[in-house]
Write a protein that binds this ligand. Structure first.
Ligand SMILES: C[S@@+](CC[C@H](N)C(=O)[O-])C[C@H]1O[C@@H](n2cnc3c(N)ncnc32)[C@H](O)[C@@H]1O
Length: 271
């Protein structure tokens, strides 16, 4: 996958701070950009644009598509917070959120942090882990931008993110960060069948950038060792279980299901 970084004259300082980090971790060419539209002459398959409004990812194969960004204040995140169903939605029940129960969650496959934002919006502290440098840049920038905005809702201050491979000695890292891994949430990439246009578009781009996470099975066992209360795996409705391991419980969402591996019962905690 080739990727280029396009820096616009009015590029925002926070977004610019991700450029050296990306260059260190990913083979990418940096271009000066004159306009805020994808560059048709650039041979790279993906383009990351550093603009006045932040970081946007474009796909050369789909030049008409808008740039993808991690947005914690508008779009899908805001929609899910307003209309997702609160504590009674399947994803919330799956991680054990209930009256007086708001576990500390490690989202070990964070992507653009949409599921994490649901957890944080319902009162949980969430540590998001993302290994892909480009996805991590989008996620990290989106979160920092939201945290900097005075109008930002409190939930974004309950979220943190780290660029890390969760399959690589997660226990030691979690211990070093002193993070209580009460619930570990996994949502690795899987060939998507969702028909909704918006999801389809973004998932197609992600499938291209990140690939199918073929090592995902290996995440389950260490997560089960580490989690205090449960591990939750999001899967497409008809996909096999991760690592072929049958969960104690399953909950069906609209287009996916949650496999729940229970270690012990979550308890009410006064916060
Ligand atoms: C399907 S996306 C997650 C979407 C996310 N749940 C959301 O709501 O936006 C899967 C993400 O997990 C990341 N990932 C997969 N395996 C990982 C690992 N071992 N460590 C860290 N990130 C991983 C991929 O790079 C990809 O960005």
């Amino acid at each position: 996958m080739s990727i280029s970084i396009h820096i616009h004259p009015q590029a925002c300082t926070l977004a610019l701070s991700y450029v050296p980090l990306l260059q260190e971790n990913y083979p990418c060419f940096v271009h000066e950009a004159a306009t805020a539209t994808p560059c048709m002459a650039c041979g790279a398959q993906m383009q990351l644009h550093v603009q006045a409004e932040g970081l946007f990812l474009y796909w050369q194969a789909q030049p008409r598509w808008a740039g993808v960004k991690a947005d914690f204040l508008q779009g899908q995140v805001a929609h899910r917070q307003a209309f997702g169903g609160g504590k009674s939605q399947a994803i919330a029940k799956a991680v054990g959120i209930a009256q007086g129960i708001q576990p500390c969650i490690v989202d070990a496959t964070a992507g653009l942090g949409r599921d994490s934002a649901v957890f944080a919006g319902l009162g949980c502290q969430v540590l998001m882990l993302e290994r892909h440098p480009v996805v991590h840049a989008l996620l990290g920038y989106g979160l920092q931008q939201a945290q900097h905005q005075l109008a930002a809702q409190a939930f974004v201050h309950q979220m943190q993110c780290q660029r890390v491979n969760a399959g690589d000695d997660l226990a030691t890292k979690i211990q070093a960060w002193a993070w209580p891994a009460e619930v570990i949430y996994l949502d690795p990439m899987f060939p998507h069948r969702d028909k909704s246009a918006a999801v389809k578009k973004e998932m197609q781009l992600f499938q291209h950038l990140v690939g199918p996470d073929i090592d995902a099975d290996a995440l389950l066992e260490p997560a089960l060792d580490l989690a205090e209360y449960r591990v939750v795996v999001k899967r497409p409705r008809h996909a096999p279980c991760l690592a072929a391991r049958t969960p104690e419980m399953q909950l069906k969402g609209q287009s996916c299901r949650f496999d729940i591996y229970i270690k012990r019962s979550l308890k009410y905690k006064a916060r």
